[in-house]
Ligand binder design. Structure first.
Ligand code: NAD
Length: 458
């Protein structure tokens, strides 16, 4: 049985029967049969089903947000943002996918009667193993383009977001998606492993580097498409020419939105020495205004963490930093009482000997480090095993461009942070993963090309 716990008050919401190994095989077999039919269904019909899904999600957006908040502790306003943002992503895929499916004649030679053409085919049945922190976003980045391009999806939501996974499955059913094409698997890592034991034709994973490494090792010999969207230790650099208050507030939001439980949350801040004290003052003052409490209450910015075990990870990072000379300005240890609450935590005088500047925190903990100049900032920003996003705050467009060109990250930001767009590819480097979702690359990811060499009979 899988116990679903509300992290805000630690009560058990429900107990669900987890899928057993045999059930996973049966779901795969059903998906395989359904996909053979679905791949031949005209694209316009596939669009109609996705449009119905979108309509249903829009109609029950409030209920969807409430389910999400109940199991992951995300403040309701942020859960609503996620559900509504998912509608925009669906719109992007609906507008761009047909062009990616079109056959392309790349050469026609009348003299020899030779034509060269590229067509696209779906991968087949894909495994979509997902994280809990943005289950609508990271789920829909995969299952919307996958279904539109003719694949079947076995969706294994995180054990911390199972109610949302089941809710999404129900919406697909109500939208009239033929049975077998989208099935939710209930359970934790073991069930994810059983899913990977099936002969799936694509593996699309969102989660931690530690799990991503296990997954890529497990499927390495199979020669199937694998994409991994993993963690980050995302830096921003604040140059001295900025409006300091605006930059401090923007980066505090980037660090603390969703209690810092975002793959692209700001996790390291480097500030030029000329404005360091001023920046820290504004950062702390703004952070103090962010309200913590019951995530269902309006106006609450910080809910509990989704996973209680993370409280100890954060406390250990703070202990390690303080032992090595960091100054703790705010927070630092779990809040007493029920619920996995950790206060906004700000550390200064940090350096790269400390875990807080090297290992993903995935919580409301931030280190702010003073730097001499652009060169030192750039060296420190790139001093990481991860490479998801990195940002520069400055008025100077030329310097920003030069720094962004040298940053080893899949996404770079100028005067913004913690931002994802459906039109731009979302991809990591190093321990942040391989492959891209979103953008047209995130549609092509679900297709395999076929090259046609056609000579007219002589
Ligand atoms: P996780 O790695 O603990 O779990 C992710 C998923 O993998 C879950 O569904 C889990 O049940 C499953 N799993 C665990 N062990 C498995 C195994 N051996 N075989 C198959 N499946 C297994 O990660 P999490 O705690 O759910 O998510 C947080 C992590 O995800 C953070 O590191 C965060 O940065 C990352 N993340 C990345 C992105 C991105 O787009 N790059 C987006 C969201 C989250």
């Amino acid at each position: 049985m899988l116990e679903v716990v509300n992290p805000a008050n630690e009560t058990v919401i429900t107990r669900l029967e987890a899928d057993q190994k045999q059930a996973v095989s049966q779901k795969f077999a059903a998906a395989k049969v359904a996909q053979q039919v679905w791949r031949a269904v005209p694209y316009a019909e596939r669009v109609r089903v996705v449009e119905r899904f979108r309509k249903l999600l829009a109609e029950c957006s409030e209920e969807s947000a409430q389910i999400l908040t109940s199991e992951v502790g995300k403040p309701l306003a942020q859960a609503r943002n996620e559900v509504n943002g998912t509608l925009a992503r669906i719109d992007f895929f609906l507008s761009e996918t047909s062009a990616r499916l079109r056959d392309q004649v790349v050469q026609h030679d009348a003299a020899t009667g030779m034509t060269e053409r590229i067509s696209q085919e779906p991968l087949g049945v894909i495994a979509n193993i997902s994280a809990w922190n943005y289950p609508y976003f990271v789920g829909s980045n995969v299952f919307i383009p996958a279904l539109l391009t003719g694949n079947a999806v076995l969706y294994k939501p995180s054990e911390f977001a199972t109610l949302t996974g089941r809710h999404i499955e129900k919406l697909w059913h109500d939208a009239g998606l033929p049975s077998g094409l989208f099935q939710c698997l209930v359970g934790g890592g073991e069930v994810g492993g059983w899913l990977l034991d099936q002969p799936v034709e694509g593996v699309f994973f969102t989660g931690s580097y530690a799990t991503g490494k296990k997954i890529i090792e497990k499927v390495a010999g199979r020669m199937v498409r694998v994409q991994l969207e993993l963690g980050g230790k995302d830096p921003v650099y604040i140059r001295p020419d900025v409006n300091v208050k605006v930059a401090a507030e923007s980066t505090a939001d980037g660090a603390f939105y969703n209690a810092g439980q975002s793959c692209c949350a700001v996790e390291r801040i480097y500030v030029h020495q000329d404005i360091y004290d001023q920046f820290v003052e504004h950062f702390v003052a703004f952070t103090r205004t962010l309200k913590s409490g019951n995530p269902t209450e309006e106006g609450v910015y910080f809910g509990p963490l989704a996973r209680k075990a993370q409280l100890s990870v954060l406390e250990e990072q703070v202990r390690d930093a303080v032992k090595k000379g960091a100054k703790l300005l705010l927070g630092g240890e779990r809040q007493a009482g029920k619920g996995a609450y950790f206060p906004a935590t700000v550390l200064t005088n940090v350096d790269h000997t400390m875990a807080v500047m090297r290992e993903e925190s995935f919580g409301p903990v931030i280190g702010i480090q003073k730097v001499r100049d652009d060169a030192e900032a750039l060296q420190l920003m790139n001093d990481t095993e991860y490479g998801l996003t990195a940002g520069v705050y400055t008025r100077d467009a030329a310097t920003a461009t030069s720094l962004m060109n040298q940053l080893n990250a899949g996404s770079v930001y100028w005067n913004c942070c913690d931002r994802v767009s459906p039109r731009l590819p979302w991809s990591g480097r190093g321990h942040s993963g391989v492959g891209s979702t979103l953008s047209i690359l995130g549609i092509d990811a679900f297709l395999k090309p076929k090259a046609w060499h056609l000579r007219l009979p002589s």
